[in-house]
Design a protein around this ligand. Structure first.
Ligand code: IDP
Ligand code: MG
Length: 148
């Protein structure tokens, strides 16, 4: 079982798309392991997007992620990292295929609604950045034998 960090960025909250996007992860069959509503600080945004430091869009990206509340979640399941990335679609909402979160709901490159870890290693690091171990919950979904 893999875990991945999914963020519903401030545009998803402002556009009232939280329920729509959470619903897609539920329907996919993933298990929710953690969820919180956070105002991301500059320090956290810098750590989260450290890999993009120096890029032309970096400052704007930090302003975006700190511009309002974010829903931070940990979703778990078989191949959760890759499955989430394919559900999200390409970074640029205008190019993301229909059927994906960004393809159906976003047009912008920056304001693309959702973040998902891009590898198992980064998922572990990012989950530790956003969640205390005590904030993650283990339980069995009753339908897990049908989903896995
Ligand atoms: P990803 O979210 O699909 O993994 P990354 O390349 O890791 O995409 O970029 C992180 C975030 O930075 C994107 O989700 C998007 O919000 C923003 N971003 C990426 N490329 C650009 C760009 O060229 N212009 C403006 N914002 C960008
Ligand atoms: Mg990325």
């Amino acid at each position: 079982m893999q875990q991945t960090l999914i963020l519903l960025k401030p545009d998803a909250v402002q556009r009232r798309l939280v329920g729509e996007i959470v619903s897609r992860f539920e329907r996919k069959g993933m298990r929710l392991a953690g969820l919180k509503f956070v105002q991301c600080t500059k320090e956290l945004a810098e750590k989260h997007y450290a890999v993009h430091k120096g890029k032309p869009f970096y400052d704007s990206l930090l302003s975006f992620l700190t511009s309002g509340p974010t829903v931070a979640m940990v979703w778990e399941g078989r191949e959760a990292v890759a499955a989430s990335r394919s559900m999200m679609g390409l970074t640029d909402g205008a190019k993301a295929p229909p059927g994906t979160i960004r393809g159906d709901l976003a047009l912008s490159v920056q304001n693309n609604l959702v973040h998902g870890s891009d590898s198992v290693e980064n998922a572990t690091l990012e989950i530790a950045l956003w969640f205390q171990p005590s904030e993650l919950v283990k339980f069995d979904n009753v339908d897990s034998k049908w989903v896995g």
